[in-house]
Design a protein around this ligand. Structure first.
Ligand SMILES: [Fe+2]
Length: 233
């Protein structure tokens, strides 16, 4: 018997405002790409044109549309009442010979979800977005950077999308874009979704060392949480 515990997921939808956003962004991004095809941050081990290190002011014109798509997604997955913020937004443009290495978007506080909008994408010629299973964990120093030889840990899945689709996924999910073989630009818009869950209990889920009786410590935390309830309902 297999009992599925906490499966990763992605959510896919047609982005209703695709054409409107494409009209605003496409020529701007193409021009930026031509100015400097490789401008990735030095900490990235890939070749791509990205605006990730500094948010492009042009996003002010379209952020509201992405915000609406985010609200719709959170409703679809029955996410609890939360304060939502699009914490970072950037575009990636790939030409021939460019790619992006496997990475996650997790790291910033309260970033729960990430999104990718396929602004200019042809599934017949462009590399897909590839999701990876848990490799990052196995690359941690405590595993001495070894990747497991077990196929399960190394499984990958290509995400099937059309231009105009938007996907959302938990920010911890590791993903990459394999090397592109065509000159035709592949352009995506990505952003992270910061979520302050208004019903998030403040219990610490880490093990902590406690002076005195652990029961007193937990009762104290419970009291604090109960005091907070009027503020979060
Ligand atoms: Fe990414």
């Amino acid at each position: 018997m297999i009992v599925n515990l906490f499966s990763p997921f992605y959510y896919k939808s047609v982005f209703n405002e695709h054409y409107r956003v494409r009209t605003v962004l496409l020529n701007h991004i193409k021009q930026k790409y031509e100015e400097n095809p490789n401008n990735q941050p030095s900490s990235w081990s890939c070749r791509v044109h990205t605006s990730q290190s500094k948010e492009d002011p042009i996003f002010e014109k379209v952020k509201g549309y992405y915000r609406n798509a985010t609200d719709f997604f959170l409703k679809e997955i029955n996410f609890p009442d939360s304060r939502i913020d699009i914490s970072e937004m950037w575009y990636n443009a790939y030409g021939k010979g460019q790619w992006q290495e496997s990475h996650t978007h997790h790291g910033n506080e309260d970033v729960y979800f990430s999104a990718v909008h396929f602004l200019k994408y042809d599934k017949n010629i462009h590399p897909p977005l590839t999701m990876n299973n848990l490799n990052r964990v196995l690359m941690e120093p405590r595993f001495e950077g070894r990747q497991s030889s077990l196929d399960y840990w190394n499984m990958s899945k290509n995400i099937e999308v059309e231009e105009g689709d938007i996907i959302f996924f938990p920010s911890l999910l590791e993903h990459q874009v394999n090397i592109q073989e065509t000159d035709e630009l592949r352009i995506t818009v990505s952003f992270n979704v910061k979520v302050e869950n208004l019903r998030k209990p403040k219990f610490n889920t880490q093990r902590v060392s406690i002076d005195g009786d652990p029961m007193d410590f937990h009762m104290e935390q419970l009291k604090e949480f109960l005091n907070d309830i009027p503020n979060i309902i």
